[in-house]
Structure formats: C-alpha cells, structure tokens
Design a protein around this ligand. Structure first.
Ligand SMILES: [Zn+2]
Length: 297
C-alpha cells in the first residue's frame, strides 16, 4: 500500500509538515526525526513536534538523508529552537553545509517559498546560514537508542555525494529518501541520480537485500506493503532513464543542452509528469544528463 506522508503512517512513524516535504518522526523513548525540509517548514515541524511529543525538546536526533535545501533547509531553525538537538548526516554533507556557495544556493532556492509564505512565518528567523553537524556518520555505523532500537547508516551516494539511508532492523523500515527515487501514487518511480549514475545504481544494489516492510520516501509517500519490491523497480527505472538520456545524447551529437531541452519538453511541458517547481526540476535534469554524459568518458 502507498500512503500519503502526512500524520500517522504506522504505530511508530509519523510524518510532520506536509506530504511534499515530510519530516519523519520515529516515536519512542528517544524520539528521532529524519530530514527537515525547506526553511519555511521549520515553524510547521516545530508545531507538529509540540502536538505529537508534548515537549518538543524531547527530540534528541535529527538525521538528514542529504544536503539539499528541501531536505535539510530547516535543520538550523530546529537546532536554534531545540538546543539539545543533535543533527547528524553523512561525511560529505558536513563540508557542504559550511561552503559559502552551497549556503548561497540553499538560500536562493529557499527564498521564493519564504516570500510566498511570509505572513505565516511572521517574525520567525528561518534563514539557512550554514549548519554545524553534531555527528558525522559512516557507512554501516549503528546508533542505538535508549530503548534498544538500532538505526543503521547506509551510505548511498548517487543522488548526491552525501546521500545516506537509514535502516531500522527492528521495524524493517528504510528511510530511503531520494536514493530510491521519486514515486507517484501508482508506484511509477523516477530516478534522481544527480551526482553519479553508477554510484546511484550501486547504492540501490546495497539496499536490495534488506528486508523492507516500510519504505519512507523523500517526498509525498510512504510504502507500507511490498516495499522491498520497490528496490528492483527503482533499479529498472534507473537503467531505462539512463538509456533514454544516452539515446538523446547520441541523437544530438552529445549535446547535453539539447538532451535536457527535449526531456524537459516531453516530461514537464507535454506529459506534465513532474510535480515539482520548474527551476529545481531543471537543475536536477541538467545534473542527470551530465551524470550520464560523464559516464561515457
Ligand atoms: Zn535531493
């Protein structure tokens, strides 16, 4: 079954915020949050934390799947408001969060939404000005929570260099983020290999043997049945999209720009397959075409 990422997902997991930008809350003695979307979402997550935890300062950890503005944008806001909160992410993310050009990109991608929801944000300071991680995670590392629940870190580069997934063996749950792609309600999956096509595929192979009964996606949905079957599906979709990009490159004398234009026109404009703002979609598509083009070298 596929569920909207909003409110209760299972007995243990809730989704905060809205389903486009869910932040997943793992309940228990030591509540844990996975991802914190765009800057504007900060106050909303905090409000939901109050609603579900009573005292939001009970939140101990925020685990980020990667450094994109729509997954980590509100982490500094949460940290400012929850002084005990420990923020953790993969190794490569630690540097990115401090790099001036990365901070600038996050700010510029966040600004349109900050403008749009100005009245809701009010006086709150949601601006992303960089992030100091409290904990840098390694592949295979296991974090044991107070009640014995284990969270295993699986590095899954390919969407970005710093992408990690989190596996909770006790619940057979995988916080897959965008390492497994972007799904629609009919289980169609769109791969998002932005940093490397080959890494993205190898990362999916790493996830293939996990027992997965709950798959928490980066946007919109959580899959609660046959979640494990989604991994081979994602592999297949990745290969197919890689092939399509390759064909476009070949047909256009290797022009990445022409390939981006053609796929944008077909999928975004004509078929309206994409539920995303135009600018981030184009940035991503350009990166995907580049990832395939560079593979041939
Ligand atoms: Zn992303």
């Amino acid at each position: 079954m596929i569920k909207e990422s909003k409110g209760k997902i299972t007995e243990e997991f809730l989704a905060l915020g809205n389903s486009a930008l869910p932040s997943y809350l793992l309940l228990g003695k030591t509540p844990v949050l996975f991802d914190s979307g765009m800057t504007v979402m900060g106050p909303l997550y905090l409000q939901d934390l109050k609603k579900y935890l009573g005292d939001p300062t009970r939140l101990t950890y925020l685990f980020l799947t990667h450094s994109h503005f729509d997954h980590a944008g509100s982490a500094p806001f949460l940290k400012r408001n929850l002084p005990h909160l420990q923020v953790a992410a993969g190794k490569a993310a630690a540097d990115i969060f401090k790099r001036p050009n990365a901070i600038q990109l996050i700010q510029s991608l966040s600004r349109p939404m900050e403008e749009k929801f100005k009245s809701q944000i009010g006086e709150e300071d949601v601006i992303f000005r960089g992030l100091d991680l409290d904990r840098v995670l390694e592949d295979g590392e296991e974090i044991e929570l107070e009640d014995g629940t284990v969270i295993r870190v699986i590095t899954t580069p390919g969407h970005t260099r710093d992408t990690v997934c989190y596996y909770i063996p006790k619940l057979k749950a995988l916080v897959g983020g965008e390492a497994v792609g972007s799904f629609d309600r009919r289980f169609n999956v769109r791969p998002v290999f932005l940093s490397s096509y080959d890494d993205y595929l190898s990362s999916l192979e790493k996830l293939r043997n996990l027992k997965i009964e709950l798959l928490l996606l980066g946007h919109h949905f959580a899959i609660t049945e046959d979640a494990q079957g989604m991994i081979p599906k994602a592999v297949e979709a990745t290969r197919a999209f890689g092939k399509r990009i390759e064909d476009e490159l070949n047909a256009n004398g290797g022009s990445q720009e022409a390939a981006v234009k053609k796929i944008f026109r077909e999928d975004y404009v004509e078929k309206k397959l994409i539920n995303q703002e135009e600018r981030p979609f184009l940035i991503n598509l350009t990166a995907q075409v580049k990832a395939v083009a560079e593979r041939k070298k």
